[in-house]
Design a protein around this ligand. Structure first.
Ligand SMILES: [Zn+2]
Length: 161
């Protein structure tokens, strides 16, 4: 089943890119069923923190009036960043599965090297299971189709300069 959910994140990332947004998607699963999904929302929310994983956790918890996601698994097409790793830690998810590793993303995007997420998600005793890369060759295909350029070039109107 991991492959099924991972491929759904790739579809969400593709749809996001085709709509003019960044190529990132995430889904939330509980007991084998999909309960929520989203894509990167930074541009349409005018919110630099609106990464797919963070939006998914935040909006789902608010809707369901939850502050813990014990029993849930989050799938994302790319390894969570520093910010989303913190959100995953605080949401107390059971498990996170990512497709493409951070270092692989930087190989495509040309971005600065970012830390890997397991030690960021689990800084103390808490042990959220982190699995990945999974189907990274397929995930990289999605990213390779996306013309990575600086956000400032692509979305100049969002800069207050
Ligand atoms: Zn993130």
């Amino acid at each position: 089943m991991d492959e099924t959910w991972m491929r759904r994140t790739f579809q969400l990332a593709t749809l996001s890119a085709e709509a003019g947004f960044d190529p990132f998607g995430a889904v939330l699963v509980r007991e084998g069923s999909l309960v929520a999904e989203t894509r990167d929302r930074c541009i349409d929310y005018s919110d630099p923190t609106a990464h797919a994983e963070l939006v998914l956790i935040s909006e789902f918890c608010r809707q369901r009036q939850l502050i813990s996601l014990e029993g849930y698994t989050l799938y994302c097409n790319v390894e969570p960043c520093i910010m989303c790793s913190g959100a995953i830690h605080w949401a107390r998810l059971d498990r996170v599965v990512f497709g493409v590793a951070q270092y692989q993303l930087q190989g495509v995007s040309g971005g600065n090297q970012k830390p890997s997420c397991p030690e960021l998600i689990n800084p103390g005793k808490q042990k959220i299971v982190v699995d990945g890369p999974l189907l990274d060759a397929e995930g990289l295909e999605v990213l390779h189709r996306y013309p990575f350029r600086s956000k400032k070039d692509r979305h100049k109107k969002f800069w207050d300069t």
